[in-house]
Design a protein around this ligand. Structure first.
Ligand SMILES: [Cu+2]
Length: 364
């Protein structure tokens, strides 16, 4: 059938758009390219993936070529018989095409299984950094317990700093639903399952920021459950650690304490002045040292934080109206302080929000 000229143009344009989208998706600008390993663990996966990919392409081309070849060779010809010659079975062929693929799979299994065990090996020694990762709805909490490399515990969220050329052994937990921790340039995915502690190791060769995301659908805002791993030289990392181990930049007392602990009761869910403690929501002691908040979806600045503190639900894409807090609570993550305030709290004034944000930004 002849396609009219205009139809062909539309088709060609459609094809170009699809191709451009495909190529854009292949670019490594988004920092989440699993084909661009930036550390030994991701490299091991790449070393396995590329040879198997090549093998699969060779086999794929061979199978497709044979299919096309036979389709052409035995096609129906003018004047030929309607049915080809009927045969039944061929023992050597059938044995052949059972054994050859089985052998190929057996060969592929050897490096695959070796890599699985290699990646799962628990790194040991004083030069391993232990981090506990908790999947929340919808953000990630990172705890660095006291250990040879960390002389005082640190709790943070959304941004994990690690020293380069150091194995970072993650213990992953969830107290809600299944999440999956994935930093494509540093290692493969690892599911984070309630009631279990799963482990995964990441390591970066060079300083850089590596984007991560939850890779298992975990509720309506799953797409906004991002994080970043910031790899630094040992010296820079130690500076970061020392900064986190200090108290808040501004004294948490007097008016600010009154606002956050009593008037609006932020302390029901947050810790504002001690980076060693965990509460229901993110630890806010050193929020100002991070670049993003709310699952990595917003940049930290006065405007975003003020909007958030006054009415966070309005900034959570697809936030469900039903409850995300464990029982007996009947509602959710970060509440609004301007609309439907949590029971008993007054509606937040812009002035109070400004004071709280000044504290959160570590400004005097
Ligand atoms: Cu998740």
């Amino acid at each position: 059938m002849r396609v009219p000229k205009i139809g062909r143009r539309i088709r060609r344009a459609g094809l170009l758009v699809a191709l451009a989208a495909l190529l854009a998706a292949c670019g490594n600008e988004n920092g989440q390219n699993s084909l661009d390993p930036k550390g030994p663990y991701a490299q091991k996966i790449d070393n396995l993936f590329i040879p198997i990919l090549i093998l699969a392409i060779v086999i794929g081309i061979a199978v497709l070529s044979a299919t096309v070849f036979f389709a052409l060779k035995f096609r129906h010809r003018e004047g030929g018989p309607d049915n080809p010659k009927q045969i039944h079975g061929s023992t050597p062929l059938e044995i052949g095409w059972t054994i050859v693929p089985a052998l190929i799979l057996a060969v592929v299994a050897v490096p695959t299984i070796a890599t699985i065990f290699d990646l799962a090996k628990k790194p040991t020694g004083p030069n391993v950094l232990q981090v506990t990762v908790s999947g929340k709805q919808w953000w990630w909490q990172f705890e660095l317990p006291k250990q040879p490399m960390v002389d005082k515990k640190v709790v943070t969220s959304t941004e994990l700093h690690i020293p380069i050329n150091t194995k970072v052994y993650l213990s992953e937990v969830s107290d809600n639903v299944i999440h999956s921790f994935w930093v494509p340039e540093l290692n493969g995915k690892k599911d984070v399952v309630p009631g279990r502690t799963n482990h995964n190791t990441i390591e970066a060769d060079k300083p850089g920021t590596f984007l991560g995301a939850c890779a298992e659908f975990c509720g309506l805002s799953h797409a906004d459950m991002r994080f970043r791993v910031i790899a630094e030289t040992k010296v820079d990392w130690q500076k970061w650690l020392a900064g986190q181990q200090q108290g808040p930049a501004q004294d948490w007392s007097g008016h600010i304490k009154e606002l956050t602990a009593t008037k609006y009761a932020c302390t029901n869910c947050h810790i504002l002045n001690d980076s060693t403690k965990v509460n229901y929501g993110p630890n806010l002691t050193h929020l100002h040292s991070r670049t993003t908040f709310a699952g990595g979806t917003y940049e930290i600045n006065r405007k975003n934080l003020t909007n958030w503190v006054m009415n966070a639900p309005a900034m959570i894409a697809m936030a469900s109206k039903d409850c995300r807090l464990p029982p007996p609570a009947t509602c959710v993550g970060m509440p609004s302080f301007t609309k439907n305030t949590p029971k008993g709290q007054p509606v937040m004034t812009k002035e109070d929000a400004d004071t709280i944000v000044t504290y959160l930004l570590g400004e005097k």
